[in-house]
Each structure stands twice: as C-alpha cells, then as structure tokens.
Design a protein around this ligand. Structure first.
Ligand SMILES: Nc1ncnc2c1ncn2[C@@H]1O[C@H](COP(=O)(O)OP(=O)(O)OP(=O)(O)O)[C@@H](O)[C@H]1O
Ligand SMILES: [Mg+2]
Length: 295
C-alpha cells in the first residue's frame, strides 16, 4: 500500500488547470472504472456523467461507455443525442471515432447498444476488429467510466469483474444497502479481487453517509473478507431532479449546489486518493468482457 501511495505521489504533477494537480497515466493504458449498484434507480447514471465532468474540469480526458444494455440513458442525462453505438462499428463499418459522441468539457461517450451481448456470437476476427478500434482510447483517455444497468445479472457482472476499479452506489435505504451487499457478494463469488469503492447517494442527514459506509465496510470485511473503501457521499439535492428534467448535467446547471460539491470531492478522492490500482487499459477490459461472454 505504501509503495502504491508513493507511486501515485510521483505521478501527481502540478498542472495548469486551475490550482489542481493531475495524475498522468502510464502510456497506453486508460484507467477503467465501472459504476454499478445492485438496486436500480440509486443514481448511477447521474453520478457517472457528473463525475466525468468533474474529472474533465480537473484536466482529465474522460470517455463514458454506456453499458446499460436495457435502458441506456447517459445521453439523456448529458442532454445530447447519440446516433451510433458499438455495434455500428461492425454492422456499418463505422470507425470508432464516428461512433463516439462529444459531450461538455471534451468528454466523449459511446453507447454499448442493446445488441452488445450479441458480441458473444461474433467470430474471432470481428472481436479483434472491435477490440483494436476500442483500444485507440487507451492512448486518448485518462479515465474511462462504464455506467452499468441495475441488477446482478451476467451482463452487469461481466463489466464489474473486468474493470480495474469498481464504484458501488447505494442510498441509505435498507433495500439499496442490501442490494449493494449482494453485489459485493456476487463480486467475490465471481473471483473479483480488487477493493471496491463505495459512494452513498441521496444522504439527508449529517453523518448518514458515514454511518452507511461504516456498516457496509464492516459487513463486507467480516462476512466476505472483502475490502470496501468509502470514497464519499452525495446529499439529496432537489437541483439534481431539476437538472434531470431540463436534460442538463447537474455540474453544468448548478455547479455550486450541494450535490455538485459532493461529486467534486469524490472526483478529488478518485484522482488523488492513495487507493488507485495500476490501470490495465480498455483493451484488456474488453478482452476480459468478451472472454466472460464466451465462457
Ligand atoms: N443526490 C440526489 N438528489 C436527488 N435526487 C437524486 C439524487 N440522485 C439521484 N436522484 C434521482 O434519482 C433518479 C435516478 O437517477 P439515475 O438515473 O442516475 O439512477 P440509475 O441508478 O442510473 O438508474 P437505473 O438503475 O435505472 O440505471 C434521478 O433522475 C433523480 O430524480
Ligand atoms: Mg442508469
């Protein structure tokens, strides 16, 4: 752990982006972070989009991949439309840059598309073609955020287990906590090894975020032998609901509101916390996802 912290310190450089320091990534390997939950509707997509904006404001190049195969809606929260998805690369011969859309602050996003699980039936050369296109983002992106759908199904789990890092979102409601714990258990049962990161969303009372984090950290350690690291909480904020209705990301619509400040704190923790793991890149990530699908 001390070694890792020292490596990170060495990677931190003073940048010209505001007062912030940024972490430079190792060559050709983006940091892949999957955002997941267990229970649906707890705030994954809004968190992913606004975290991307916060990281981009800190100088990071961020790609969001919408891997919610049922109800992909990253573009709706971003307030942009995306015409294409990953499958268009194969079906219509699109180059990856044409399938990717532009968001604010230079963020790029790519929809997995509802047919992505058909990738399991593709030939080796077709898969190779997709992986080699996607791996271009290992050069471009510092961080790649994967937004998943809800539930503990195989599609979601594959994206969770293949990631360098996983952020689990819960709310303080017992149903969401139970489902977050179930996701942790599924992670362990599927040979997941990295410590998981936890964000508590829709916190109403002071101390509630810490209390929920403490409960889950202890239970995961005691019953699953799993390390869970709390990386922050987000207050319940009516401005987030307003922002969603106006199809404008919270950090753009209300940059100084409480939830925006909380998300900025989490972005700082993700960039400068001493618990990052060495990135394995998007190429490795998709190779693992395809392997899981084909097992
Ligand atoms: N911090 C918050 N304060 C107030 N409302 C919130 C907050 N976070 C999320 N919400 C509400 O929850 C709704 C669902 O959020 P979001 O779509 O991000 O969840 P999700 O986990 O991605 O859902 P799904 O599982 O369907 O993909 C938002 O539209 C908003 O109304
Ligand atoms: Mg969602």
């Amino acid at each position: 752990m001390a070694d890792q912290a020292e490596k990170l310190r060495q990677l931190v450089q003073k940048s010209k982006v505001g007062e912030a320091a940024i972490i430079t990534k190792p060559a050709n390997k983006a940091r892949v972070i999957t955002v997941t939950s267990g229970k649906g509707g707890v705030g994954k997509t809004n968190f992913t989009v606004n975290l991307a904006i916060s990281l981009a404001k800190l100088g990071q190049k961020v790609l969001i991949i919408d891997a919610d195969l049922g109800t992909a809606n990253v573009d709706v929260v971003l307030g942009r439309t995306s015409k294409y998805n990953l499958l268009n690369i194969l079906e219509d011969g699109l180059a990856i840059n044409e399938a990717v859309s532009e968001g604010p602050y230079g963020i790029k996003y790519l929809s997995g598309g509802s047919g992505i699980h058909h990738l399991a039936n593709l030939t080796d050369s077709q898969l190779f073609s997709i992986i080699s296109q996607i791996s271009l983002f290992d050069d471009w992106a510092d961080t790649i955020l994967i937004d998943t759908g809800a539930g503990l199904n195989r599609n979601v789990l594959n994206f969770v287990i293949a990631a360098d890092e996983v952020i689990i979102i819960t709310t303080p409601e017992p149903t969401a906590i139970t489902d977050a714990y179930a996701m942790m258990k599924a992670y362990i049962n599927n040979n997941g090894t990295s410590p998981l990161k936890l964000v508590v969303n829709r916190v109403i009372e002071v101390g509630e975020g810490e209390m929920v984090t403490d409960k889950l950290v202890k239970a995961a350690f005691r019953f699953l032998g799993l390390s869970v690291i709390g990386i922050g909480f987000i207050y319940e904020d009516r401005n987030l609901i307003k922002a969603v209705k106006n199809q404008k990301p919270l950090l753009l619509a209300f940059p100084d509101t409480l939830a925006s400040k909380c998300i900025n704190n989490i972005a700082q923790n993700i960039l400068f916390g001493n618990y990052a793991v060495p990135p394995r890149g998007i190429k490795g990530f998709f190779s693992r996802v395809f392997d899981f699908w084909r097992q």
